[in-house]
Design a binder for this molecule. Structure first.
Ligand code: PRX
Length: 635
């Protein structure tokens, strides 16, 4: 699987040029030389950007798990596929070989079939970071069921909204989950969610914490006895290249979460190719991505990308601060991790602690260190480079999104010279462009613009589940003919990209995408609240934190404000999850609005940041006096 590996800068430029000149030929070669197909494609790509219709490897037939598992068995059945590192360092870690993974995924696939799950059915997976999360996800893919993994930090109503949106037939969960010194009642959350989920017929429950849980007769089943009875002989389903592989929800700037749909063949080719090149994976390396499988980073670079390359991938159940701040470094040392991939928010949190935690460990196994999820600030970049990478390991600052399936802009380690805070150059196949306010493509360098991609790549999401119009409107209408990422970027004098951040109403808090609208909806549902507006403000560790401006109803005005603030945060926690809680809440009597009724968020952003120097043009405001009042209320 190293036929698609780039080996020097000259080759990168050559490959890049080739990929732009003839994308079909470029991807055709990669796809045909590196995967096992039941049937090859009639056409490499078929697309209509105006309609947001994209197909790759048209009419090909394939199963991604055959490529992740079965085809490795002859040569590396005994190689470790998954290393599981539990939350508690005193609990033994586990190694799952490719042979064992094959057996466990096959059994799990047979359990799903025996429970009536068929190709095309949606299965919601709400599990902690334990091997069963990987195994059940792969088992869905094996039988052609569409997995919808929901991060186990979401609340019952967020889980219910996701289950209902895609009408999942089954939920797979566990009795509980460990995270640091907390035990999370996952089954309880599922029970609460399922009160409002008519499509769910069965719930499979993995035992992890031995918590005493209620099992609903006829609906809930312990997984272990079913697995015990299941045969380990399972033939992978034949999938069309464009059959959906999974749905993964991401926040939008408006309304309900978007169920991004990724399909089979394009996603497979793209994650495999990018994993190999961005992490310079070599046989026998140990790769560790600290994300949760509940996010796209985990889907693409804990599961699919590594397994497609026959790699060894680490699954870590816990958090970087438990039992102390050396946990990440201790794991790198214990498993001799070669490639380490984490988020700036984790780097900043760990950089704040004593250097002793990291210096205790030589970390000499590391070869490449990566960053993802939000812009990495210069200080964090240097700390990571100096103290984790020992100035020897290239830092790959990888830019991409749930929608893109895989990494789009990133240095290729040992090849692309890195530059702090820059994601550097687009990978082969990625035609990145910057657009100006007049919707023209910016040709010059040293400019800032809206980051778009002007030709499809195999890993791009194909639609939003049940709402293709929203997909088209969100990504393909702002700059006709192009995919619009929603991010702004700066291109420097040599063509390197630096991502400057979101240009829409999505705020990235601790690496999590949060749309302002769903949080505002949750706040507004509180009986004492009339209206609210959320903005982000810079935070040392989280990158951004949330600031809420809240207008109360008359009844609320009479209440104790401190208690009310607590209740509002609890409300958000119940509706979305603790990740969306506000750091600051200011009660106000009005919000700055334009004559057309739109909240002028840029003013609120400035107030939240404490920058009162220049609010810009406020002439279109209906109520300019409110700005002064809010400002004074904050001071
Ligand atoms: O704003 C960009 C930011 O994260 C957004 C995508 O979030 P999500 O779909 O949750 O996927 C995160 C993991 C791929 C992007 O629109 N982002 C991601 N990576 C970077 C980044 N911002 C700056 N630099 C990055 N390397």
């Amino acid at each position: 699987m190293s036929r698609y590996k780039i080996s020097n800068l000259e080759e990168y430029f050559k490959e890049y040029k080739k990929s732009i000149k003839d994308p079909k030929k470029f991807w055709d070669k990669i796809a045909s030389e590196n995967f096992t197909w039941y049937q090859e494609w009639d056409k490499v790509v078929d697309f209509n950007m105006a309609e947001a219709e994209i197909k790759w490897f048209v009419d090909a037939k394939v199963n991604i798990t055959k490529n992740c598992i079965d085809r490795h068995l002859a040569k590396k059945g005994d190689k470790v596929a998954i290393v599981f590192e539990p939350n508690n360092p005193d609990e033994a870690s586990q190694s799952i070989t490719y042979n064992e993974l094959h057996q466990r995924v096959s059994k799990m696939a047979n359990v799903l079939l025996s429970q009536g799950i068929k190709k095309g059915d949606r299965v919601c997976i709400y599990l902690p970071m334990i091997p069963e999360l990987a195994i059940t996800t792969l088992a869905c893919a094996r039988i052609g069921a569409i997995h919808s993994v929901v991060f186990a930090g979401f609340s019952a109503s967020a889980v219910a909204a996701r289950i209902n949106d895609s009408e999942c037939k089954m939920v797979i969960t566990s009795d509980g989950g460990y995270r640091g010194n907390k035990t999370i009642d996952l089954k309880g959350i599922v029970d609460e969610a399922l009160v409002n989920c008519p499509s769910v017929e069965n719930v499979l429950v993995v035992q992890r914490t031995q918590t005493d849980v209620k099992m609903k007769e006829g609906r809930d089943h312990w997984l272990a006895p079913l697995l015990e009875k299941a045969s380990d002989n399972n033939t992978a389903e034949i999938m069309d290249a464009e059959d959906p592989l999974f749905i993964l929800y991401t926040s939008g700037s408006t309304g309900k979460p978007k169920g991004m749909v990724h399909t089979t063949a394009g996603y497979m080719v793209y994650t495999a190719y990018t994993f190999q090149n961005v992490f310079n994976y070599e046989e026998n390396d140990i790769f560790w991505c600290t994300a949760d499988i509940g996010w796209i980073t985990g889907h693409s670079y804990i599961l699919y990308g590594p397994l497609l390359n026959g790699a060894t991938t680490v699954i870590f159940e816990g958090v970087p601060s438990y039992p102390d701040f050396s946990r990440f470094w201790q794991i790198i040392e214990k498993h001799k991790v070669n490639q380490f991939y984490t988020a700036p928010t984790a780097i900043r949190a760990l950089a704040k602690e004593s250097l002793d935690y990291v210096q205790k460990y030589p970390l000499s196994s590391l070869k490449v260190i990566g960053s993802v999820g939000e812009p990495i600030n210069e200080e964090a970049w240097h700390w990571y480079n100096d103290h984790v990478g020992g100035k020897r390991c290239p830092v790959v600052d990888t830019w991409w999104q749930t929608e893109t399936g895989g990494i789009l802009i990133s240095p290729i380690p040992f090849i692309t010279p890195t530059k702090p805070t820059y994601a550097t150059l687009p990978l082969p196949g990625i035609q990145a462009v910057l657009m100006d306010e007049k919707r023209n493509e910016i040709e010059d360098n040293q400019v800032v613009g809206s980051l778009c991609i002007k030709f499809p790549w195999p890993g791009i999401a194909r639609t939003i589940w049940g709402d293709h119009q929203r997909y088209k409107d969100t990504y393909f209408s702002t700059f006709p003919g192009k995919y619009f990422s929603g991010d702004g970027a700066l291109r420097d004098e040599v063509g390197y990209y630096r991502i400057t951040g979101r240009v829409d109403d999505v705020i990235i808090v601790s690496g999590h995408n949060l749309g302002t609208a769903p949080i505002e909806d949750a706040i507004n549902e509180h009986p004492a609240v009339a209206e609210s507006a959320i903005v982000g403000f810079p935070h040392d560790i989280k990158g951004n934190a949330l600031y809420g401006f809240v207008i109360l109803k008359e009844t609320g005005e009479k209440r104790d404000k401190e208690n009310l603030a607590k209740e509002i945060n609890q409300h958000i926690s119940d509706h979305i999850g603790p990740i969306a809680k506000l750091d600051k809440i200011q009660f106000v009597s009005g919000l700055p609005k334009t004559r057309s009724g739109k909240i002028m968020r840029r003013i609120l952003r400035k107030i939240a940041e404490g920058d009162y120097s220049n609010f810009g043009d406020t002439s279109t405001l209906l109520n300019p006096e409110i700005v002064e009042e809010i400002k004074e209320g904050k001071l």
